[in-house]
Design a protein around this ligand. Structure first.
Ligand SMILES: [Zn+2]
Length: 285
């Protein structure tokens, strides 16, 4: 009995120190501890609402980033901003379920969200992105951080190509890596691993995810290129997906995200250089 009481006491102490990672699950009184444990680091996971072939959920990208953040912060604590699904998705506006805000609003909302996160005490904001149509927007957004002085830094988790990982991945997958892009084997596999209840594998062959190559002007980029290639907003072979492939990809992603989080939490250089830069800008603004 005495032993049980001691165990209860220790588990009580442990749970008192254990605070949730999600911003919306913390209490206001948890805030000082959350800031300290995260080293004032907040993850902003960005997904999108768009069709994912005929078989996968509209919120697939959101599900991915939410799960990555939840799993990574169990290993390396940071606060995780709640669901955010406002990004660049004009190319899927012809499909049901797409939520596409005007571009000026998308940029303004992202900037204001970062400012509000910072006003709550965070000085490191880590964007993790699950949507293939967002990186151009996000890199531009990061560049605009130098438009005015800020007391926080925004980091974009942007994994570099890894030839060893890619070779292992290509051994595991059955479809052509060159065409496995959106709701194809890779993305369907990770969903099968994370949320199998939401994937309708029987429907994966109901539409074609083949590249139709309907527009080709050498060395020229157009806004309609994606629709020209993939009018079904589906690129690849979802039917080839397996849970095992999904586990392999997810564990690799979590692993590099944890490493990036550790590095960002320890980083003082980015803000130092940002401040040095603004000290040299005329008027210091
Ligand atoms: Zn996706």
């Amino acid at each position: 009995m005495r032993l049980v009481l001691i165990c209860l006491f220790f588990s009580c102490v442990a749970s008192a120190q254990d605070i949730p990672a999600r911003w919306d699950e913390l209490t206001a009184s948890d805030w000082p501890k959350a800031l300290e444990r995260s080293n004032r680091t907040c993850i902003l996971p960005i997904g999108i609402l768009e069709k994912h072939g005929p078989h996968a959920p509209i919120g697939s990208d959101l599900i991915h980033v939410r799960e990555w953040a939840a799993r990574a912060t169990k290993k390396e604590y940071a606060v995780v901003f709640p669901d955010y699904f406002y990004g660049q998705i004009n190319e899927a506006r012809h499909e049901p379920g797409t939520f596409s805000l005007p571009s000026h609003l998308v940029t303004e909302l992202l900037d204001s969200t970062c400012s509000e996160i910072a006003r709550n005490g965070f000085n490191k904001i880590v964007i993790i992105n699950g949507h293939g149509g967002n990186p151009n927007l996000l890199r531009y957004f990061i560049q605009t951080q130098l438009e005015r002085r800020r007391n926080y830094a925004v980091y974009f988790f942007d994994p570099a190509p890894d030839s060893v990982y890619s070779a292992q991945l290509n051994k595991l997958r059955k479809s052509d890596p060159a065409t496995d892009q959106h709701a194809g084997e890779r993305e369907t596999s990770t969903l099968l691993y994370l949320r199998p209840d939401l994937v309708k594998m029987d429907s994966a062959r109901n539409e074609s995810g083949i590249n139709l190559k309907r527009l080709s002007i050498p060395n020229v980029y157009t806004g309609i290129w994606w629709y020209a290639n993939y009018p079904n907003h589906y690129a690849g072979e979802g039917a080839a997906a397996t849970k095992e492939l999904g586990q392999f990809i997810t564990e690799h992603t979590i692993d590099i995200l944890v490493k990036a989080l550790k590095a960002i939490k320890a980083d003082t250089k980015t803000l130092e250089l940002q401040n040095e830069f603004f000290d040299k800008v005329k008027n210091g603004k």
